[in-house]
Design a binder for this molecule. Structure first.
Ligand code: SF4
Length: 249
């Protein structure tokens, strides 16, 4: 049996479903791949509850109808939709996509997407990557949440084992750490996480919080000198500057 046939048979199985929110072609607006054409594939569910989350429709059952927002969807349909754009960069995001990494459906999704391009994963850094995720994902953007997440305890947000694993991957150039900051005090908190978990300075990216262009710019201006002084990188939120909170952008 050829690999293609095998994958096709796998994708057809009923168990090959994942909670799927949306898929769209856009540009990557954050981090080291900013400006690159990409197809975002957004899965459902998250193990955190950040107060400023811009994709709460993927996990917050108190505000959204999750059966409608993140229906269980055949992986074959997700792959077909994602690859139909002809763009060879897929950003697997959420929610927290690594919540699904032990499911055969995730293996099938990664196999289907990597057959058509490169896969980047956006994660909150609480779950150590394993299995086909480690083998097939080209780059991880790890976003540990600070106290400004406003909802989860430090014990829940900061998972040393997972961060140590991602720091190892970052040292090989396959991961970066992207921190959402709101104030200059947040930079001290980032420094503590970076020191404790031995994250290479060159892998640290600080991004301002904000859902409007004005908020992003104002916060970024307040943070940037402190970021430069610490030897880190910084990123804006290009999609927010261009389109504000418009969904599917
Ligand atoms: S970890 Fe990400 S998806 Fe989950 S609540 Fe926080 S911002 Fe939202």
């Amino acid at each position: 049996m050829t690999a293609g046939l095998h994958l096709g048979r796998l994708l057809g199985q009923r168990s090959m479903q994942l909670p799927f929110a949306e898929c769209f072609r856009t540009i990557q607006g954050e981090g080291p791949a900013t400006g690159r054409q990409a197809v975002f594939v957004r899965l459902g569910l998250c193990n955190l509850a950040c107060r400023w989350c811009d994709s709460a429709f993927t996990w917050d059952a108190s505000r959204f109808d999750l059966a409608e927002e993140i229906p269980d969807t055949q992986v074959a349909a997700i792959v077909e939709q994602a690859t139909s754009f002809g763009v060879p960069l897929f950003v697997l995001t959420g929610g927290e996509p690594l919540m699904h990494q032990r499911k055969p459906a995730m293996d099938a999704l990664l196999a289907g997407l990597t057959a058509a391009g490169e896969v980047h994963v956006e994660t909150n850094g609480t779950i150590p990557p394993s299995g086909s995720v480690v083998e097939l994902v080209a780059h991880f953007t790890v976003s540990p949440k600070l106290a400004n997440n406003g909802a989860d305890t430090a014990k829940r947000r900061i998972r040393p084992k997972a961060l140590a694993r991602f720091a190892e991957i970052a040292a090989t150039g396959r991961a970066c750490f992207k921190f959402v900051a709101t104030t200059r005090e947040d930079l001290d908190e980032i420094a503590a996480v970076v020191d404790e978990h031995q994250v290479p300075a060159g892998a640290v990216w600080v991004m301002p919080e904000g859902v409007t262009p004005e908020q992003v710019l104002t916060t970024h201006r307040a943070l940037v000198d402190g970021v430069i002084a610490r030897g880190w990188n910084t990123t804006s939120r290009l999609h927010t500057l261009l389109w504000g909170e418009e969904r599917g952008r």
